[in-house]
Design a protein around this ligand. Sequence first.
Ligand SMILES: [Zn+2]
Ligand SMILES: [Zn+2]
Length: 226
Amino acid sequence: MTKITTYGYFDLLEALREPGCAVCRLLKRDIERHLGAILYEFVLDHSVSGRFRESRGLCSEHGYLLTERGNALGIATLYHAVLYDLLADTERTPIRAPRLFGGDRATPLDPKAPCSVCVYRDETAARLLALIPVHIHENEFRETYSASSGLCLPHVTELVKSAPAVAQQFMTLQRPIWERLKAELETFMRRSDFQYAHETIGAEGDSWRRATALISGERGVTRQEK
Ligand SMILES: [Zn+2]
Ligand SMILES: [Zn+2]
């Protein structure tokens, strides 16, 4: 399968200068390329469709992202193989009623591997986040981060868990970003009130959208544990 970009520090700095969570932005681009590779390369490379079959297709989020890319024939061929396996496996191993106490709950429906896009996303996110503890002491990083939209909450959480030694220092950069956004939401809420209809809505007009992305993370890009 095509080797997809491994992002470096320069890409992270560049993404921090764009709106939204920089890690989500880079992952989104990479995941789209990854989905493209699944669709266009499986014909040439059997390991791609083999991996797709092992995970019984993709997780719900990435499955839908795949359909948004088009290539109906490619998607049909991949899922046809998944259905072929499901029929063969459930014929070979009938599903038994679960035992009342414990026991093996495995069924022939179970995937043999997790969604490959989830695995790819988690590995890429971990590599990107690992750049932050290395550069957090540099002025360029600190200034760029402070002027940015910050990371989304799922990526902030992942970072502070994976790099506890710099967690406190990182939070001194992240908290003012949340404070700014909170103030923008307050301005937006006040100006949306009919009593203040004479006040024009400015840059805070899309703060509700930015807040959603910053708290929830971009679609299909962050691990959803809620
Ligand atoms: Zn993010
Ligand atoms: Zn997935």
